[in-house]
Ligand binder design. Structure first.
Ligand code: HEC
Ligand code: HEC
Length: 197
């Protein structure tokens, strides 16, 4: 009996503290507003080095922010920005941005290269990057209609090994290299640019 009271007190206090932090987390929308300078007011980036993040999958967003925060994903600016957010705040923003609809960017592209890229995408990438890479439902990031400069920097990071590719994707990228050589990447980039609406 003697120990009951302190335990109960601790439980109550713990509950209050937890409730307190949950309430103190600003909404995803409020937090997300601070991103609009680079990612656009509705997560649709005005480009070209900042990716569009509206319609990004929730799991992908959370992984990306945590990888930036931990310094595990190469970045020019996001590593510094991500350090300012707690797990709860990242979750709240993930719900906010993943709830928006994705708007593929219209960009210039070479039609002949895009046609080659469409065939390569279908063979090597579509399995995980569905609908020409315009869907992030598979937690794999947005490619179709994403800004070309952002995508080419990203490929450089993958190639240099500073950003790690998922194992199965790496295998497909190697197969792509065998089949298309150095012409594969420009073809794919033009195909993704052709997915704007
Ligand atoms: C000063 C410009 C700037 C601001 C402000 C900014 N970002 Fe970024 N963001 C970038 C750039 C540039 C990249 C590409 C990585 C890099 O170079 O840092 C990026 C990449 C990202 C990515 C990766 C997307 C993908 O497809 O993999 C996410 C997620 C992201 N930002 C979320 C946010 C959130 C959330 C905020 C607000 C809290 C924010 N950013 C604020 C410039 C910015
Ligand atoms: C087996 C599934 C799979 C296949 C096949 C695959 N990918 Fe991916 N891809 C992923 C996953 C998962 C991620 C997210 C990795 C992460 O969180 O960093 C990703 C991320 C990416 C990104 C980064 C997106 C961003 O917004 O930063 C690019 C670019 C990309 N893939 C291109 C390709 C290309 C091109 C192909 C075909 C040659 C391909 N992928 C094939 C699963 C796959």
């Amino acid at each position: 009996m003697k120990n009951r009271k302190p335990l109960l007190g601790a439980l109550l206090l713990g509950g209050l503290l937890l409730g307190g932090t949950a309430q103190a987390t600003p909404s995803g929308e409020m937090l997300g507003n601070t991103c609009s300078g680079c990612h656009g007011t509705h997560g649709v980036s005005m480009g070209p080095a900042s990716p569009t993040i509206a319609g990004i999958s929730k799991a992908y967003f959370v992984d990306a922010m945590k990888a930036y925060r931990a310094g595990e994903r190469p970045a020019t600016i996001m590593n510094r920005i991500a350090k300012g957010y707690t797990d709860e705040e990242i979750e709240a923003m993930a719900v906010f941005f993943s709830g928006m609809s994705y708007e593929p960017q219209q960009q210039k592209f070479d039609a002949a290269l895009a046609k080659k890229g469409a065939v390569l995408h279908k063979q090597f990438c579509e399995k995980c990057h569905e609908d020409g890479g315009t869907s992030s439902e598979d937690d794999a990031g947005l490619l179709g209609g994403q800004w070309t400069p952002y995508l080419s920097y990203t490929f450089e990071d993958f190639k240099a090994g500073t950003r790690e590719m998922p194992k199965k994707m790496k295998k497909k990228v190697e197969e792509l290299q065998l089949k298309a050589g150095d012409e594969g990447l420009p073809a794919l980039l033009n195909f993704y640019a052709s997915q704007g609406k």
